[in-house]
Design a protein around this ligand. Structure first.
Ligand code: BGC
Length: 757
């Protein structure tokens, strides 16, 4: 039976039974009554979010945590794994804390908990919000079963620079698609009711523009026009807020000289006043002192500056506890600001139902039965297969047949702890299959599997060490010898499968790369394997777009499998042998060269545009030594079958104000297998107040088409789809001519024109 908060508050705090009984448990009055009993120190205590436990990316508190909880000096903690320990800490808060206020329990459940799903970048390549929502739902079930009630996800940072390792954590480069996914994550985590035992509070992050860190170097600064941020970087945040995200995390970067955590125009004017966000805001890890170290305040003033800007909770630094009272005394903040922030922390707890039942997320029997279950793992396997992107498939080499001798080569072929990618600290890697296990399982005695490690990740042990942080892959042996052993092993193979690429920790936080090619020794191994002339499949592991200039020419088949979670190995084998088909399409551009970065599909027209694609033209916007074209464009991905597009048609050539037009296109499966096609619609406003992109994704349809059949795909164009933020930052469209494009990716499109009134 659930214990009423009224009762436990009346027992454990000074709030009298009579007073407590007169207020509804979930009403605003309840918080008012509670706050009227709290001291200033206790209110500031609610704003403190330290890290606990042994999962860490910074200083860990250990036993100190117990004391802080008992004295009412924290509002929550994060990075503690396990329902027993979380329950113990929650008991301290409720039984010993000054007002028995339960705690928020945070974690980064970014793409699954114990059941791990593909990294978010891969998930976005499904173009399937239902799969993302399903993933988020299962993540919420598992995390809440283990005591977590607050999830530091989704990350909705738009990124146009694949050198940035955190590109792995987002949904790619497109603001419209990013918004669709932002909503799906929030729905999946929070469900219809955050009070349910199996939903938790989402925390959209990192507000804002973190994905635009200069040079793709993590934690670097950002300087950007308002027009660019409003049109291309902020929409997914707005979508997450509109979908009801209970909280929001600020970002590490400066924006035009101000730290995002102390930017009042961003957090108060835009987020709260314009967008109407009334949820909780929290800093990123230890951000408050960085407001000082990045040169925008003294250490003593940083806390006041952040609170005043609209940042409610201090993650890790402890500076709110240390300095807010002084800031109040100096008149830099008001008591109301502290009250407002405290109220939002308490309201978040109320939304989660913690005052009704502080132990609702602490049921050991759930932890026993709801983690890493067969049905969750089946879902992860299915979704993983949807994320793979087939980049190349000469002579239909894929799918492979379960026959003959198959050589599986490469340092990632037998690396079960390397399947999940960044932010997978709750994974049970000891239960993961390696690709080698999955191959052997799948073929049984129908084919012979030969395995050779082939190489290290990098020639240089020190570079490999840096690259493989959490999921360390030891640097062993001499690479020349490893190459030679692999070459000897593949001699009798009929087909070679190379499991090669980045290791799990080469993307994610603090994993920027200046060269985004396949690491040196692996690339050399691949070159030697290609020289054999045998059928060769590259199973590419990566957390970011890579420069595959050589591979795209010399390797017959390339299947990009990202880091696809605890069930990755089986999912990869399902697709390689054709039990499932590749369906994914890229949500980030793959460049030909690092020098082209930033390279993204929705760019503006340059002055002196390049008239002849692929040819050098003096006095045009191009490079002497490289074409402007991406290697693989946004939206690109092959299937085991082929699709043919008919000529699209529009229901009219004039769209009335408040009217709509329908675009129709026939898509035919002309291959021999059934398949899924992702049909994409783009729009362009050729003349506007401020220049608009050459194309912008505005809709897509994911359609299953049986072999030989045709499907009519329809899109509705409404005035809303034409809108953008103009130079006054008004969200409008300007009547006139528009272009609409439809096709299988951002490059191969049919264009039609219409006039919008
Ligand atoms: C990351 C956040 C994360 C936080 C807590 C920071 O380093 O930037 O994305 O939520 O740590 O783990």
């Amino acid at each position: 039976m659930r214990k009423s908060a009224i009762i436990f508050l009346s027992v454990t705090s000074g709030l009298s039974l009579a007073a407590a009984a007169s207020v509804p448990e979930s009403g605003k009055n309840f918080i008012d009554s509670l706050m009227s009993e709290m001291t200033l120190e206790e209110k500031i205590g609610q704003l403190n979010l330290p890290v606990g436990g042994d999962i860490q990316t910074g200083v860990v508190l250990g036993p100190e945590l117990d004391k802080l909880i008992a004295t009412g000096n924290i509002g929550g903690f994060f990075n503690v794994k396990g329902v027993d320990e979380i329950s113990r800490l929650q008991h301290i808060a409720v039984e010993k804390g000054p007002h028995g206020i339960p705690l928020l329990v945070g974690a980064d459940v970014v793409h699954g908990y114990e059941t791990v799903f593909p990294i978010p970048l891969a998930l976005s390549c499904t173009w399937n919000p239902a799969s993302v929502e399903r993933m988020a739902r299962i993540s919420a079930i598992e995390a809440t079963a283990d005591g977590v009630n607050w999830n530091f996800s989704p990350m909705v940072d738009i990124c146009r620079d694949p050198r940035w390792g955190r590109i792995a954590e987002g949904s790619g480069e497109d603001p419209w698609l990013g918004s669709v996914f932002a909503e799906a994550y929030i729905k999946g985590y929070q469900g219809d009711d955050m009070k349910s035992d199996s939903t938790l509070m989402a925390c959209v992050k990192h507000f804002a523009l973190y994905g635009a860190a200069e040079g793709g170097r993590d934690y670097n600064i950002v300087d950007m026009s308002r027009e660019r941020m409003f049109n291309y970087y902020l929409p997914p945040f707005k979508a997450a807020i509109d979908a009801g995200s209970g909280s929001l995390m600020t970002s590490f970067n400066l924006i035009n000289g101000r730290h995002a955590t102390a930017a009042r125009w961003l957090l108060d004017d835009l987020l709260r006043k314009d967008w109407g966000f009334d949820g909780l805001t929290v800093t990123d890890y230890n951000s408050i002192p960085e407001v000082a170290s990045m040169g925008t305040s003294t250490l003593e003033e940083a806390a006041g500056l952040c609170l005043k800007a609209g940042t409610d909770m201090d993650m890790v630094s402890g500076l709110y506890v240390k300095y807010l009272k002084d800031a109040l005394n100096r008149g830099e903040v008001t008591e109301k600001m502290i009250d407002d922030a405290c109220r939002r922390v308490l309201e978040a707890k109320q939304s989660l139902g913690l005052f009704d039942d502080p132990y609702r997320y602490c049921r050991p029997e759930r932890a026993e039965h709801e983690l890493f279950t067969k049905s969750h793992r089946d879902a992860a396997r299915e979704i993983a297969a949807e994320t793979f992107v087939l980049l190349k498939n000469d002579k239909n080499l894929l799918p492979l047949k379960k026959q003959g001798t198959i050589a599986l080569v490469g340092p990632l072929a037998d690396a079960p702890n390397n399947m999940c990618g960044c932010w997978s600290m709750f994974a049970r890697t000891e239960n993961h299959a390696s690709l080698l296990d999955a191959f052997r399982n799948a073929v049984g005695d129908k084919a012979e599997i030969i395995h050779a490690r082939g190489s290290n990740i990098y020639y240089d042990a020190e570079t490999q060490n840096r690259a493989t942080g959490l999921r360390n892959i030891p640097h062993v042996g001499n690479d020349e010898e490893l190459h030679a052993a692999a070459m000897a092993a593949v001699e009798k193979a009929d087909v070679i499968v190379a499991a090669i690429g980045e290791s799990s920790d080469m993307s994610g936080e603090s994993a920027s790369r200046a060269e985004i090619t396949i690491p040196d020794t692996q690339r050399d191994l691949l070159k030697k394997l290609a020289k054999t002339g045998k059928p060769l499949v590259l199973v590419l592991f990566t957390g970011r777009p890579l420069v595959l200039d050589w591979e795209s020419v010399n390797i017959p088949s390339i299947l990009n499998v990202w880091f696809s979670g605890s069930e990755a190995a089986d999912a990869i084998v399902d697709v390689l042998f054709g039990d499932s088909s590749p369906e994914g399409k890229l949500t980030t551009t793959f460049p030909r060269s690092v020098g082209q970065i930033p390279l993204y599909y929705n760019h503006l027209m340059p002055s002196h545009p390049d008239p002849e694609e692929g040819l050098f033209n003096r006095y045009c916007s191009n490079y002497i030594d490289c074409s402007n074209e991406p290697l693989y464009p946004f939206g690109y991905g092959m299937s085991y079958t082929q699709f043919e597009y008919g000529h699209p048609s529009l229901s009219g050539d004039v769209m009335e104000k408040d009217g709509k037009l329908t675009l129709t296109v026939d898509v035919r499966n002309i291959g021999e297998r059934d398949g899924v096609e992702i049909v994409q619609m783009y729009l362009r406003d050729p003349v506007a107040d401020i220049a608009r992109p050459l194309k912008e994704l505005k809709d897509f349809v994911r359609v299953h088409i049986p072999a030989g059949e045709t499907r009519k795909v329809r899109f509705t164009i409404t005035p809303d789809k034409l809108k953008y933020y103009n130079a006054n930052l008004d969200y409008v469209y300007e009547p006139g001519e528009f272009h609409v494009m439809v096709g299988p990716d951002s490059k191969h499109v049919h264009t039609l024109k219409f006039t919008a009134k």
